[in-house]
Design a protein around this ligand. Sequence first.
Ligand code: HAM
Length: 418
Amino acid sequence: MAKFTRPTGTQDILPEDQPYWEHVLACVANVARDYGFARIDVPIFETTEVFARGVGAGTDIVDKEMYSFKDKGGNDITLRPEFTAGVMRAYIENGMHVLPKPVKLYSTGPVFRYERPQAGRYRQLHQFNAEILGEQSPLADLEIMLIAWDIYARLGFSNLAFQLNTTGCPACRPGYIEHLRAHYQAHHHKICDDCKLRIDKNPLRVLDCKREQCQPVIASAPKMIDHVCADCAAHFAELRAYLDDLGKPYTINHRLVRGLDYYTKTVFEVWAEGIGAQSAICGGGRYDGLIELLGGSPTPGVGFAAGIERTVLLLKAQHIPAPVVPSPPVFIAYLGDAARLHAVRLLVRLHEAGIGAQIAMSGSLKSQLRQADKRGARFAVIIGEDEIAQGVVVLRDMASGEQQTVPLSEIPQQLKTK
Ligand code: HAM
């Protein structure tokens, strides 16, 4: 029979990688708590329209990458390709606008995108995601960038820098797009076929094209920053002033437009070397029109998401070890059938006392002690028939090999004090 394999673009997160994942998730939860973010969990699937509207028809995510299907009730369903649109749906549906502003929310979990798999790019990936709702001030943009920064700093990363841009707002972006279109039309014969389509369908994305032939046209393209309205310019200047004052490294990247339609004003990413073709480990920005677009009252928002797979790849690339997850400290070995029963009872008593313990399931006493060693136990408790008759067990320190006889009834207490 043919062997089953996991679907393309998915991963098994094996036990040896779990310490990295636990470490990243614990760090996210700690930093989120320190910044006053509350956790929200939204469904893994939503009505397709939430993403079609929220992320935007015409984006690669909506047009090419969504896992969409009709369920057995005939409803159009999509596995979430990101968190933001679903979190906004939940904000509106649960009347969260009545909460004191700003409302700060974070989430972690799987998202799904039918992308071409390559190093650091998956079809089932996991994100941590944070959003600040109801605050127009650039301080909210700053806080979102700082929380992303802090998570990476606390994980021990070095050599990271922000890529930053502004994408304007509905007042100034259409004017900029006209300049961009005119530039592209003047160089129509030099650009790739995809960009020829993009210029009508999703004009900002032409700046993002990786094709060699488009690079000179992109380099000479008009820049958003030269066409933003006074409000967007002031917003961007204030954010930059905070970043300058704090000494956070950033590069203004006029080509940074991001692949989702909802952005207004600030967009940013954090880039890192060493994780394959796709080098952004996190990305985000402001989306002041999104809640209204999804049927809520006008509410500004800003947020970011980071890929956990890429974060773990980067931890490894930068040789940052995950904290060691300790093995249960006690291993119970025994000799003979009668002793086995006492061993099982002791196992249950130790667990009731909150002491991590494992029991040998088979093998000679010698092989049981070898197992204790392999499993990283600090102590072996050895139960033999003679010892049972005397109501004692042998407690062996696995590192030193030192053994002492201890009354069976005192074992949990003795192990606790050790
Ligand atoms: P995004 O840039 O599409 O933004 O994704 C954020 C991060 O998810 C990326 O920087 C990357 O680390 C990771 N990621 C995305 N696609 C893949 C993939 N195929 N394989 C591995 N990792 C991937 C968003 O999702 C927005 N919702 C962020 C946001 C929140 N903006 C405002 N609030």
